[in-house]
Design a protein around this ligand. Structure first.
Ligand SMILES: *Cc1c(COP(=O)(O)O)cnc(C)c1O
Length: 394
C-alpha cells in the first residue's frame, strides 16, 4: 500500500486504507458476506484469472479486512499484508509458508509460548530442523547457521523478561546467506520499532494486544514485501484459511485510530511505574526497556523509539510473595493478556511459561518471584497506590 499522501503515522492510522461505499459512510463499513456476485460469467472468469480486480471469496479477501491490511501496511511501511484470525495464525502462516522438509530455522529461545511450540514441536514433525539460540548473544546467531538455514525468527522485546535482540545484526547474517528474518513485533508495537527498516523481511503481530487494546477480539497480521507474499504466503493463506472475520477487522480498524494515543499514555505510565518499582525495597529487580540499567540499553537506543507498556520485575522472595502481592491488588487485575486499557499482571512461571522445564525458565531469567505487568490507561497515581498497598502485604 503506497502512502501516496505521505501521511504521518497518526494520520495514516485514522484514514489509511479507507474504501467508502456509495453511501459515503464516515466510519468504515462492515462487509459481512462470504462471497461476491458477478455481472456475467465472463466477469467471473476474468476475476478468477486475475485480469479484473475485485473480491472473490472472504477466505481470500474481504473489503473490511482489506482496509485493515492496507492501514497496517501504511503504518509499517510494508508493501503488502494478510490479516489473520489470531496472532498465532499469523506466526504459523509466516513461519510455515516459506519452508519445507530439509530446511533449517534458527530462532531466539525467548519466545511467546505458542511460538516456541511451533519451533520446537511442530516444525520438526514435518522434517524442518530448528535451533534455539540465546538471541541476546550476537555470535549465537552466526554459530547456529547451517548450509540449509532458510529462516530466522525472533521476538523483541521478549516475553516476559523484555530482552532485546539486535535486529539489524540478525538481518545482516540472513542477507549474507540468502535467508529471511521474521520478527514478532508485538511487544514493541508498530509505533516503537520498525523491523523492516532495520533489515527484517517479514513482520507479524498479534493484533489482539495493543492494536485492539481494549479486550474485544483476537486478530493478527503478516506484513512483508509484495514479492515474498506473492511467492510464499498468498497460496498458503488462501488454501489453509486463517482469515480474519470482517467484524473483527472493523474492531481492529477502530483500535488503530487510537493506537498512538493509547501506546503513548501507557508507555508514559509504565516508565513512571518502573522508576517507582526500582526504588521499592521489596522489589529485587526491574527490567524496563526505557531505563538506562536495561542490559541492552545501547541496542534499545538504536532500534526503538520508545520504551514499553510492559514491565518485568522480581519480588524479593519467591512464588508465595509474588502470589500474595498479586492477590492483594485491587485495581490491577490478574490476567495473562497484555496491551489492554486495563492494567494486567501475571506470574509467568505458573501461567504463560509453566510448560517450560525449570532450567529453560531459569535460562530466560524467569524466577519464582518474577511478575509481568502490562500497564493500562488508568491514572498512574492510582496504579502506584494500588501497587504500594499490595507490596506492603508482602
Ligand atoms: C499474544 C502473542 C502472540 C499470539 O497472539 P494471539 O492473538 O493470542 O494468537 C504471539 N506473539 C506474542 C509476542 C504475543 O504476545
Amino acid at each position: 500500500m503506497v502512502n501516496s499522501k505521505n501521511w504521518r503515522p497518526q494520520t495514516a492510522l485514522v484514514h489509511g486504507g479507507t474504501n467508502r461505499s456509495q453511501h459515503g459512510e464516515t466510519s468504515e463499513a462492515i462487509y459481512v458476506t462470504q462471497g461476491f456476485v458477478y455481472d456475467s460469467a465472463e466477469a467471473a472468469e476474468a476475476r478468477f484469472k486475475g485480469d479484473e480486480p475485485g473480491f472473490i471469496y472472504s477466505r481470500y479477501a474481504n473489503p473490511t479486512v482489506d482496509m485493515f491490511e492496507k492501514r497496517m501496511c501504511m503504518m509499517e511501511g510494508a508493501e503488502d499484508a494478510r490479516a489473520t484470525a489470531s496472532g498465532m495464525a499469523a506466526v504459523h502462516a509466516a513461519l510455515l509458508c516459506s519452508v519445507r522438509a530439509g530446511d533449517h530455522v534458527v530462532a531466539a529461545r525467548a519466545l511467546f509460548g505458542s511460538c516456541r511450540w511451533i519451533i520446537e514441536q511442530l516444525m520438526p514433525r514435518y522434517g524442518i530442523e530448528t535451533t534455539l539460540v540465546d538471541g541476546t548473544k550476537p555470535e549465537a546467531w552466526e554459530q547456529a547457521v547451517q548450509p540449509n538455514t532458510k529462516l530466522f525468527f525472533l521476538e523483541s522485546p521478549t516475553n516476559p523478561t523484555l530482552e532485546v535482540v539486535d535486529i539489524a545484526h540478525v538481518a545482516g547474517i540472513a542477507n549474507s546467506i540468502g535467508a529471511r528474518v521474521v520478527v514478532d513485533n508485538v511487544f514493541a508495537t508498530p509505533l516503537q520499532q520498525k523491523p523492516l527498516e532495520l533489515g527484517a523481511h517479514v513482520v507479524v503481530y498479534s493484533a489482539t494486544k495493543h492494536i485492539d487494546g481494549q479486550g474485544r477480539c483476537l486478530g493478527g497480521v503478516v506484513l512483508s514485501d509484495k514479492a515474498w507474499i506473492d511467492e510464499n504466503l498468498h497460496d498458503y493463506f488462501r488454501h489453509t484459511g486463517p482469515s480474519l472475520s470482517p467484524f473483527n477487522a472493523w474492531t481492529l480498524l477502530k483500535g488503530l485510530e487510537t493506537l498512538p494515543l493509547r501506546v503513548r499514555q501507557q508507555t508514559e505510565s509504565a516508565a513512571r511505574l518502573a522508576g517507582w518499582l526500582a526504588c521499592h525495597p521489596k522489589v529485587a529487580r526491574v527490567i524496563y526497556p526505557g531505563r538506562n540499567d536495561h542490559p541492552q540499553a545501547e541496542i534499545i537506543a538504536r532500534q526503538m523509539t520508545g520504551g514499553s507498556t510492559l514491565i518485568c520485575f522480581d519480588i524479593r522472595g519467591g512464588k508465595g510473595e509474588a502470589f500474595r502481592m498479586s492477590n492483594a491488588l485491587d485495581l490491577v487485575r490478574i490476567s495473562n493478556n497484555l496491551g489492554d486499557a486495563k492494567s494486567l499482571i501475571t506470574h509467568p512461571a505458573t501461567t504463560t511459561h509453566k510448560n517450560l522445564a525449570a532450567d529453560a525458565r531459569a535460562e530466560l531469567g524467569i524466577a519464582d518471584g518474577t511478575l509481568r505487568l502490562s500497564v493500562g490507561l488508568e491514572d498512574a497515581d492510582d496504579l502506584i497506590e494500588d501497587m504500594d498497598r499490595a507490596l506492603a502485604t508482602v
